[in-house]
Design a protein around this ligand. Structure first.
Ligand code: ADP
Length: 406
């Protein structure tokens, strides 16, 4: 009997030691991962793994401190995450965040409160839950949750200890990754803004310093200043739009939208620009019409961006074709051009922020943000965007959108 209980204690200690060793490895990986998305994915997978549960998730407080949003979950597609919010009142995550205390609910049916909205959206059935706060310097930034112990066994003290330690480590890493991301973006932006700013300062200084500048030269300088200042303004606005989209602060205002209608509107808007370059813009609509539950203005923004690129990077007298096709439960929107095409070595980067191909003579300089914004918008809708291109022959951008209606 005595030997037996001693064996149990030793077995317990060995298990704990193994867990601590595992957590040390986790701590090292968390420390080394600076990409926020990869980091969050690793945290939720590790949480589920350490506690032997069906799913793990991280909810983060938005920048205004008003809403808790899913930032990662093992059982939710990243595209569906952004729009999943959990109320502060009457939810486990809300309670943990507000009180700063950990919580275990062994049986959801007997819980005083539980927010069922997420299960309803996901078609997932939560039976039990354990949640700990994510806290850094006494500031709560979110909640780490695991649900449904595998085999429906009860949660143990070991589970709670592991999740608390993981939560402490995770909070620091999330904060670091966020700071790193911000400084990275800021330095990109500052770098990009410097070019137009340098020419504005240069040309205005010349105008100020030179006496008797001939009228023609004066006009030329002023035109350059005006063009570069407008570009600077465009870059700032476009960048702010992207920052809003990336931070999850931009909400989609979804409604049922006839995709034929959306394509027609975008094509009509771009018609003058195409005509100016002697480019034929053709439209192929879906029959019967297909309706998607999307943000109309954001979809318009994507289509206009793709058409504008197809015109801008085309040759005079070329063609641009916009086609809407329903395929299964999805809609395919294609923008095809007969332009210069995209070299294979830069093709993987064209959706990256600030990425611009080589500038050609007489081509308007872009911000290099259009395609990253388009991608962000399409993915927020649960869709995808891809490109195929043959240098010298042209490029095809394909957007796939889910066709669910409200
Ligand atoms: P911008 O057009 O402002 O430079 P984008 O993000 O819209 O930025 O596009 C990034 C780069 O991808 C462009 O600079 C260009 O090199 C390339 N690109 C985009 N669309 C096309 C196209 N239809 N044909 C050829 N190249 C394209």
């Amino acid at each position: 009997m005595v030997a037996n209980s001693r064996d149990l204690v030793i077995a317990g200690l060995l298990r704990r030691l193994a867990r601590m060793q595992q957590l040390l490895i986790v701590a090292r990986i968390l420390n080394e991962t600076l990409d926020l998305e990869t980091l969050l994915r690793y945290i939720v997978e590790t949480a589920a793994d350490l506690t032997q549960t069906e799913a793990g998730s991280v909810l983060l407080l938005d920048s205004k401190g008003e809403h808790l949003r899913f930032a990662a979950a093992t059982n939710i597609k990243p595209s569906a995450l952004r729009e999943l919010t959990v109320p502060m009142e009457n939810s486990v995550a809300g309670w943990v965040l507000t009180t700063g205390k950990a919580m275990t609910i062994p049986d959801i049916h007997r819980a005083d409160f539980f927010y069922e909205g997420v299960d309803e959206v996901l078609g997932f059935h939560t039976r039990s839950i354990m949640a700990v706060p994510l806290e850094i310097h006494e500031r709560r930034i979110g909640v780490l949750e695991v649900v449904n112990k595998i085999g429906d066994r009860p949660f143990t003290d070991d589970d709670m200890e592991s999740l608390m330690i993981l939560g402490t480590l995770a909070a620091v890493s999330i904060e670091n990754a966020r700071l790193f991301q911000q400084s990275d973006l800021i330095s990109d932006v500052v770098h990009e803004l410097r070019t137009p700013l340098t020419s504005i300062i240069g040309y205005s200084k010349m105008l100020l310093m030179m006496d008797n500048v001939p009228a023609a030269m004066q006009k030329q300088f002023l035109e350059t200043i005006h063009r570069e200042a407008s570009r600077l303004g465009d870059m700032v606005n476009t960048y702010l739009d992207l920052a809003r989209l990336e931070s999850g602060r931009a909400q989609l205002h979804r409604e049922d939208v006839d995709l034929n209608e959306a394509a027609r509107e975008a094509a009509e808007l771009m018609h003058p620009q195409a005509a100016e370059r002697d480019i034929e813009l053709t439209l192929e609509l879906s029959a019967p019409a297909c309706t998607a539950h999307v943000d109309k203005a954001r979809l318009h923004q994507v289509l206009v961006n793709l058409l504008s690129n197809a015109i801008k990077y085309n040759r005079p007298g070329g063609k641009v074709h916009l086609a809407v096709t329903p395929i299964g439960g999805q809609a395919r929107i294609r923008v095809q051009d007969t332009g210069e095409g995209i070299p294979p070595d830069i093709l993987p980067y064209i959706f990256d922020k600030f990425f611009r191909g080589e500038e050609k003579e007489g081509q308007a300089k872009g911000t290099g943000l259009g395609l990253s914004i388009a991608k962000q918008i399409v993915e927020m809708h649960g869709g995808s965007i891809e490109v195929q291109s043959v240098p010298g022959e042209g490029s095809t951008f394909t957007v796939i959108l889910p066709l669910e209606t409200s």
